[in-house]
Ligand binder design. Structure first.
Ligand code: ATP
Ligand code: MG
Length: 691
């Protein structure tokens, strides 16, 4: 066994978790392990050390499966593990990288391609993002005649939400309808037909949606021989942020490790924030009891991230939760300011205060990267983004509009996807309609004629409207080129760009700006070995929109982080600002349905607050502007401080009013009656003679 100096920084409990199942004679496949602990207690750090410790002690990195919440988190964990290994054995004995790390969805996609031939899937299946899935559901809904029902049938997004809930929560349609969508319950029969036809359409077109990546993986684990084969790929399976997994993911893990041997999961029930996507905190709570003997349990009690006052305020807020299992944490960092609860008049004041404080912090030596602004919903940062751009302060936004969701990027990606899978109707539908003078009905006809025929032959034989004839020929040439694989990847992207250029210019008045995104796409593409790999990654874990960045900062440049709270999971910054800590935003209007939803919003505030190391500013605008109800027009709402900070916990905060002048005006002690009546003097001014 190598020296263990590299574990010296860990506390006793962390070390127990890291060493669980590793003996002096090397790595044993130990029984199941659960690390459950509050925010900033070093769960992710412990997991990284455990991976490193496995490898240092001879485990094969290729046989370790590491499941994280995002690709970014996986990359960060690999970086941490690598640094620990280098510290332990020196750079010369570098190890091979982890081959299997990423999100459940990405790993699922990879396994399904690997086993496609054995489970009746086309290995070149393409993956639909949520928008594509909703579009396909809509086509099917239309084909079944449901869109013409006298009484309004649920919209495509609602249908997808119902479908997705049933799949991810592993619940029957009946249960989902009655618990989550009671107003749609009358459509149960039609929805069943719709989903049945949707599944058939996906299979016919060789497409999988996000949920299928888990569903098929889950089903694969039910087939004895294949499950055995997949199981034999991995000695160790480790999962971070386990509190945000759903029933299907838990079933997959159990399929991979039926007796729990070799399985490690870590999480915090107080940070469960994905219930709205069918994640269930029961997964983590019920984990130990699934196995016999039960999983080994490690709890961590030290928080290494936040100062004591920040932690005390966060503990106080989560302490009001209806139920919670993890304990309050102690901080190792006793001193520090109380978190600030800053009242501002409106959003303009909020933006002014945030930008001024960020710049003050920068003057005082904090970089922009040390600071983050968090918000409940992506559009809450709109005004801030405009101000940052105006002041030339670079920023990167996470969790907002994704790069791939921008229409022009999606156009271009659709062409590649269609080349990859000509059966994919939603994609073909989009591509064909890029041409001038071709609408949905013509596009539908083209796709009908392509069914069961060689795609290029069908395209070439089609007679488009006269106006589109030339553009049609160009499209056929392009698709011929792509289907034939005439140029290698990523060179074929040049060909696609050349074709798309005139369409981009014609379709978008700001084409010049959008070209930047296309160039960015090409740079990203250059990092992938094949078109299929590129498309899979781009769909599963798309980069943030470049248009969200002011001046597209370079990797090593300093920039501020803007993020939704959901996307800030697991991360930390020296200074954290949380926007709109008011009722209606946190909890959001959407989330105020039932008490479970409210509890999830409370945990969301806890997640936001526990991202801060040294400084935490919660912003409370007293008026904010909403444009959610577009039809009724924009309006101002008067907002109250979030219900999650009742007066009983106010003592944990320093209350401030911004700008400071306002505080002076409000806090000046009142003298007993005016000493001088300026008003009377003014009134008298014009009554005096001589004026
Ligand atoms: P979250 O619940 O937010 O995901 P976490 O429990 O995963 O948090 P980490 O991100 O692993 O916590 O750790 C929080 C911070 O504490 C990091 O900066 C990490 O480097 C530091 N840390 C963790 N363990 C120790 C330790 N034993 N000694 C010093 N610092 C530590
Ligand atoms: Mg973590």
């Amino acid at each position: 066994m190598a020296g263990t100096d590299y574990l010296a920084t860990l506390n006793l409990e962390q070390r127990r978790a890291v060493e669980h199942g590793i003996t002096r004679s090397g790595v044993n496949i130990a029984g199941p392990l659960l690390v459950i602990a509050g925010a900033g207690s070093g769960k992710t750090n412990t997991l990284a050390h455990r991976v490193a410790h496995f490898i240092v002690n001879g485990a094969d990195p290729a046989r370790i499966l590491l499941l994280t919440f995002s690709r970014r988190a996986a990359a960060e964990m690999e970086r941490r593990a690598h640094a620990i290994i280098v510290a332990a054995v020196g750079p010369a004995n570098g190890h091979s990288p982890l081959l299997w790390s990423g999100t459940f969805h990405a790993v699922g996609a990879r396994l399904l391609r690997l086993y496609a031939a054995s489970i009746g899937l086309d290995p070149s299946f393409t993956i639909h993002d949520r928008e594509d899935s909703a579009d396909l559901l809509n086509l099917v809904r239309h084909d079944l005649g449901f869109s013409e029902k006298a009484k309004r049938f649920p919209l495509k997004a609602t249908c997808l939400a119902i479908y997705s809930r049933a799949v991810n929560a592993a619940e029957t349609l009946d249960t989902v309808l009655h618990r989550q969508f009671p107003w749609c319950a009358e459509w149960e029969g039609e929805l069943r037909l719709l989903f049945d036809a949707y599944v058939e359409a996906k299979q016919r077109q060789h497409v999988l949606d996000y949920d299928d990546l888990l569903l098929y993986w889950g089903e694969l684990m039910q087939v004895t021989d294949l499950a055995q084969e997949v199981r034999s790929l991995f000695d160790h399976v480790l999962v971070d942020e386990y509190q945000d997994t759903n029933a299907l993911q838990a079933a997959i893990l159990l399929g991979l490790k039926p007796d729990g041997a070799g399985l490690t999961v870590v999480g915090d029930d107080a940070q469960a924030i994905y219930g709205f996507r069918a994640a269930t905190v029961r997964n983590i709570l019920d984990f130990p009891g699934q196995f016999s003997p039960p999983a080994h349990l490690v709890t961590l009690e030290q928080n290494y991230r936040s100062t004591q006052p920040i932690l005390a305020a966060s503990n106080a807020i989560i302490g009001l939760a209806r139920e919670r299992f993890t304990k309050d944490l102690r901080s190792t960092r006793a001193s520090g300011e109380k978190p600030a609860l800053i009242s501002v008049q409106d959003e303009t004041g909020q933006v002014g205060c945030v930008v001024a404080t960020i710049l003050e912090n920068r003057e005082a030596g904090k970089t922009l990267k040390d600071q983050a602004v968090l918000f409940r919903t992506s559009h809450h940062s709109a005004m801030l983004e405009i101000e940052l751009a105006r002041r030339n302060i670079p920023f990167v936004k996470f969790g907002g509009l994704k790069f791939i969701e921008a229409a022009h990027v999606k156009d271009l990606v659709s062409i590649l996807r269609w080349a990859e899978n000509p059966q994919d109707r939603v994609t073909g539908f989009r591509v064909i309609q890029l041409l001038e003078g071709i609408g949905p009905s013509t596009a539908g006809k083209v796709l009908d004629r392509m069914e069961g025929r060689a795609p290029v032959d069908a395209l070439a034989a089609f007679r488009p409207p006269a106006k589109a004839a030339e553009q049609w020929r160009d499209l056929v040439d392009l698709m011929q080129h792509l289907y034939a694989g005439s140029s290698a990847w990523p060179a074929e992207l040049d060909k696609v760009r050349e074709w798309y250029g005139p369409h981009l210019e014609r379709r978008y008045p700001d084409a010049a700006v959008r070209v930047g995104d296309i160039e960015q796409l090409q740079r990203i593409a250059a990092g992938y070995a094949s078109r299929a790999k590129f498309l899979t990654d781009l769909t599963l874990d798309p980069p943030s929109a470049t248009s969200d960045e002011a001046g597209a900062p370079l990797r090593d440049e300093d920039y501020l982080i803007l993020s939704t709270i959901h996307s800030a999971k697991g991360q930390e910054w020296k200074s954290v600002f949380v926007l709109n800590v008011v009722d209606g935003c946190i909890p959001s209007d959407l989330g105020t349905g039932c008490s479970d939803d409210i509890e999830e919003e409370r945990r969301l505030l806890y997640v936001a607050m526990t991202r801060a190391k040294d400084q935490l500013n919660l912003m409370v605008p007293h008026r904010f502007y909403t444009h959610q109800q577009a039809k009724k027009g924009d309006k101002h709402l008067y907002a109250a401080r979030t219900r999650f900070i009742p007066s009983t916990v106010l003592g944990h905060f320093e209350q401030r009013i911004w700008p400071e002048v306002a505080r002076f005006a409000q806090t000046r002690p009142q003298a007993p009656g005016p000493s001088v009546d300026l008003g009377a003097r003014m009134r008298g001014m014009w009554r005096r003679t001589g004026n």
